[in-house]
Design a protein around this ligand. Structure first.
Ligand code: N01
Length: 534
């Protein structure tokens, strides 16, 4: 469907976003509930994050087994992922295949950005306006706008003087230059940066890594999709899905229940070595021991181990020192194969831009620590205004003229990651205070819950509200849960610390998916406690 083909559209359900959450919300509301539902996305195709992030080396670092929907049983059982950690084109291909099979694209307005959303109390409808000025009225709005989709792209002074190219990793252009043999600078060493660095090192002429804060990195363990897992899913798809959802983080493994402090050195080393060999950042953080993200002492056992690997792998001790983080292993964990080995290459130079800051562009590159670094291309892998960024880009006005940006000025408030007091019928997929987990199966679970709510509301006056008391309680529980972890005190997008001026706050339910489902099922059984459905 082309953008701007309508003057005013009337819908039962308007879905914002055509990524993993939005596609399933569209399928469920339109194909299963039989409602008049359409979706809107400013991308030119489906896929959300996987549409935009096409940078070299981009792939999932969650096992492909849990990076799928389960609602289409045939695809869940038979989709042939080629790798344990699928590359971006393969994920995008999968999402396109789902959209095609379920005939979703005819109900998606691509290249269409929703600029504002206003609740019309007297009509019981949301009025959405696109950046092109077209309008959409809908009973329900489902925002599936992405956790990590609002790019953060700081600009260094004098960029206009630079004769080379500056590329934003999270909006990688189709016509990106061939980087073969070029002098390339990469700014940022989070999940995106380390994938780019390891993918480009043997292709470019020289790679300059502009690192502000070192992070703990473990191998990913790239390899073929494990045959035994495929067999497991084929034999019992529901059982596999239910087991994955019952774990805390839904990453395809059972989290450890053993404290790192209750075993001796030798056993700890054995466990960490095994995890290092297997790969996967979440696995290293959560499958090894239970308390790495919880206590400083347990955390130190993990960081001492990774430090020993850095020292053993990196041949230049000064480079090893720069690569060694000073803070806890309590950001979103990173994984890439051969990351530390990359710094032994003659064509890779690590710059500590905290000690020697990036000052400005010149015609030929960047001034870093007072010296000119000659570059053909600068890649910005500087992250996202996570969780709240895309919600706040839409000027959203709820009951009695309450603006979302005011309601959230000290940090977000929401109930169960799915709804907000004063914003009736505005529903979120993986919104603030959702469980801290991998996403696709959790998106599905939340969409199913929201659709149950919608069905119930459709039997009455089509209104779903969240009470302030329920929201306050949920936020308090989440804040208390976060306060018990090292994620709270370690700067990262998880707590908003990566964006200058953003309130630093808890935004997660840290009790794990298993407990979240138990709590949500109890809420459902208690006549949707906290939701007023009328
Ligand atoms: O972003 P980040 P990301 N000057 O915020 C640096 C998911 N993801 O896009 O730490 C210099 O982690 C910043 O430095 P510092 C995944 O959940 C998944 O890499 O603020 N540097 C940091 O090094 C992930 O956690 C996958 O000091 C600046 C980097 O930029 C999340 O997305 C792949 C700077 C940003 O790191 C975000 O990852 C990719 C400046 N002015 C992403 N500003 C997979 O599944 C920022 N930085 C594999």
């Amino acid at each position: 469907m082309n953008a701007v083909s309508h003057k005013q559209l009337e819908l039962d359900v308007a879905i914002i976003g055509a990524g993993v959450g939005g596609l399933y919300a569209l399928h469920k509301t339109r194909n299963v509930l039989g409602m008049k539902a359409e979706a809107f996305d400013d991308a030119g195709g489906v896929g959300g994050t996987w549409y935009w992030n096409r940078y070299p080396g981009c792939r999932v670092d969650t096992e492909s087994t849990v990076y799928t929907y389960s609602f289409d049983l045939d695809m869940f059982q038979n989709w042939e992922w080629s790798e344990r950690y699928a590359k971006q084109p393969e994920v995008l291909n999968y999402l396109n295949a789902v959209a095609d099979k379920h005939d979703l694209k005819r109900s998606i307005h691509f290249n269409t950005r929703i600029a504002s959303a206003e609740w019309k109390e007297d009509e019981g409808r949301w009025l959405l306006t696109t950046t092109a000025g077209d309008t959409v009225k809908a009973k329900y709005v489902i925002e599936a706008v992405g956790l990590l989709s609002s790019s953060y792209a700081p600009q260094f002074p004098d960029q206009d003087k630079f004769k080379g190219e500056v590329l934003l990793a999270s909006k990688w252009p189709d016509n990106a230059p061939d980087l073969q043999g070029k002098r390339v600078g990469v700014v940022g060493t989070g999940s995106t940066g380390i994938q780019i660095i390891t993918a480009l090192a043997d292709k470019v002429g020289h790679l300059h890594v502009l690192q502000r804060t070192a992070q703990w990195v473990v191998p990913l363990g790239i390899g073929p999709f494990p045959a035994e897992t495929r067999e497991k899913i084929k034999a019992d798809p529901h059982g596999f899905r239910d087991w994955a959802l019952s774990t805390a983080a839904v990453f395809g493994f059972d989290e450890s229940t053993v404290s790192a402090l209750e075993v001796d050195n030798e056993e700890r080393k054995r466990v960490y070595e095994k995890a290092w060999k297997k790969g996967n950042g979440f696995s290293f953080l959560l499958e090894t021991f239970s308390d790495i993200p919880v206590t400083a002492e347990a955390n130190k056992t993990a960081t001492d181990f990774i430090k020993s690997k850095i020292d053993a792998i990196v041949t230049d001790p000064e480079v090893a020192r720069k690569l060694t983080p000073r803070d806890y292993y309590a950001k979103r964990p990173l994984a890439a194969d051969n990351y530390y080995e990359t710094y032994n290459r003659d064509n890779v130079t690590l710059h500590d831009v905290k000690a020697e800051p990036i000052e400005r562009y010149t015609e030929n590159g960047l001034i870093v620590g007072g010296k000119e670094l000659e570059l053909d291309v600068v890649i910005m892998a500087t992250g996202f205004d996570a969780m709240t960024g895309n919600y706040l880009k839409i000027d959203t006005i709820g009951r009695n003229g309450v603006r979302l940006k005011d309601a959230w000025k000290n940090g977000p408030r929401a109930y169960a990651g799915m709804s907000i007091a004063d914003f009736p019928n505005l529903l979120m997929v993986f919104g603030p205070f959702s469980p801290f987990t991998s996403q696709p199966l959790v998106h599905e679970w939340q969409v199913d819950f929201l659709c149950d709510l919608i069905e119930k509301a459709e039997q009455g006056n089509s209104i779903i509200e969240t009470t302030r008391e329920a929201q306050d309680d949920w936020v308090r529980v989440c804040q208390e849960g976060m306060a018990g972890t090292l994620f709270e005190v370690t700067d990262s997008w998880i707590n908003g610390a990566n964006i200058p001026g953003k309130p630093r706050t808890s935004m997660w339910y840290m009790g794990g998916m298993g407990n979240y489902m138990t709590e949500m099922n109890a809420i459902r059984d208690d006549n949707y406690r906290g939701f007023e459905v009328r």
